[in-house]
Design a protein. Structure first.
Length: 458
């Protein structure tokens, strides 16, 4: 009856067999209906199907067939939890652990692989970065041995995230590009694979901008956004909106960043995406800070960080730096210094480094805001930021911090030193000359060249 249109009747079949004594068929169709609900972004419905299937398994003997069905159920529940509870949530960890233990017991290498990918993502969001990287390299080796593009996509997407957090933007972009190249742009993938492909597109765009190509990074992010609007799954659109908002924030285009952050807030609220809603709050707050709405900005930023942490995740440097920036904009130097100190302590303890240069730069600016006569510590912060940015090849961060240091040096009569160091990084750039930072750098260079000071230190 339903042979040719099975997908249209999975719900009916799941209900039919749930009322029968055929537990195996009931579990089979409940799982199929659950996966179909995930594809349709009906995550609460999917969870109810999988939970019903898990309860029914208790009526089956503990054998290999039951273990395989249980793996499928925990896989589905993990796919729901990662979206609705978060990448570091306890229920996501519970389902991952069950899946991994069952897969190892069965000796199922494919299921072991996918459970390890999940554990690497969980570890990354908890900033257990050494563990995450070790697992990430292991799953990449496993995927490369199989030559399975779906497995390779998962491995490259996982590593792109981990390396980004470690401040290795070159490595993150390399893995992103490899992941993207595995499938044709027009090819439709299952929900979980679309998730990882979106992650690769996300980090490719951000790394490109961070490495000193803000125009190309924006072009790629807008192209990603256009592509994501063609998907039926909302997760790629969530990634893309966050990506575009972030690039606009880095370019200091507050109104455009706010527009995309608002869209992200609405979309994540509609679908109940907890982690991504907190990301949207943070982007929204940072955009408000750029636009001078500082009290509202700081409130948004603190709410976003608290919401993110409530999912079980450890707050990373990029989120802390957004709040520190908000405190600087709101003229709250003491609070900003407190948050920056906490963020840098987390960085030292975990290896989280994607925002380390910006945190040191903001700390220097906040120190000057507290006492503009005590400049030695601020200069040290700026130089640490520059050194770290150079190690990461993070040219945007290097430029921004060099401007901060150049202004300080100029006030001390060290204008030639300031001019030379700023000219060196400014001349590196080949694009982005209409962005706020590069315009400011050019204006500062012209000022330093135009007004020499007698007796200046050289």
């Amino acid at each position: 009856m339903f042979a040719k249109q099975l997908d249209d009747h999975l719900d009916d079949l799941a209900r039919h067999f749930s009322r029968s004594d055929n537990v195996v068929k009931a579990v089979e169709y409940l799982c199929l209906a659950g996966h179909q609900a995930i594809q349709r972004s009906a995550f609460s419905l999917a969870a109810s199907y999988f939970e019903d299937a898990l309860a029914r398994l208790k009526n089956l003997p503990a054998d290999t067939e039951r273990s395989r069905m249980e793996i499928a159920i925990h896989t589905g529940l993990a796919d729901v939890a990662i979206v609705t509870s978060g990448y570091a949530a306890a229920d996501y960890e519970s389902h991952l652990t069950s899946r991994h233990e069952l897969a190892e017991r069965l000796g199922d290498a494919t299921q072991v692989f996918y459970s390890l990918v999940g554990i690497s993502v969980l570890s990354a969001f908890r900033l257990e970065l050494s563990k995450a990287r070790e697992i990430g390299m292991k799953v990449l080796a496993l995927a490369d041995r199989t030559l399975d593009p779906a497995m390779q996509l998962e491995a490259h997407g996982s590593l792109a995230n981990i390396l980004w957090l470690l401040g290795d933007f070159v490595g993150s972009r390399e893995h992103s590009e490899k992941g993207i190249s595995l499938f044709a742009r027009s090819q439709r993938l299952p929900s979980g694979k679309e998730h990882m492909r979106a992650a690769c597109l996300f980090y490719e765009s951000l790394c490109t901008a961070a490495l000193g190509f803000p125009d190309e990074g924006l072009r790629r992010s807008l192209d990603f956004l256009s592509w994501s609007r063609e998907r039926t799954n909302p997760l790629p659109l969530v990634f893309a909106l966050n990506c575009v908002a972030t690039v606009f924030l880095w370019r200091r285009e507050g109104n455009k960043a706010l527009e995309h952050a608002d869209a992200l807030l609405a979309l994540t609220a509609e679908h109940g995406f907890r982690n991504w809603h907190s990301f949207a709050q943070i982007a929204h707050g940072q955009a408000l800070a750029l636009l001078g709405k500082t009290d509202e900005a700081v409130a948004d930023l603190k709410s976003g960080l608290a919401a993110f942490e409530s999912t079980g995740a450890a707050v990373p440097g990029w989120a802390y730096s957004a709040l520190v920036f908000g405190c600087l904009a709101a003229n709250q130097p003491a609070e900003g210094l407190r948050v920056a100190a906490k963020a840098l302590q987390v960085s030292d303890q975990t290896g989280d480094a994607e925002a380390k240069p910006e945190l040191h730069r903001l700390r220097g600016e906040l120190l000057l805001g507290c006492d503009c006569t005590d400049t030695a510590e601020a200069e040290t912060s700026f130089r640490t930021a520059i050194d770290t940015a150079r190690e990461q090849h993070a040219r945007l961060s290097e430029l921004r911090t060099t401007m901060s240091l150049s202004r300080l040096l100029a006030k001390q009569g060290r204008r030639n030193e300031a001019r030379l160091m700023l000219a060196d990084i400014y001349n590196w750039f080949t694009e982005g000359f209409d962005t706020a930072d590069l315009k400011d750098a050019k204006a500062l260079l012209e000022e330093l060249q135009a007004r020499p000071v007698l007796g200046e230190q050289r």
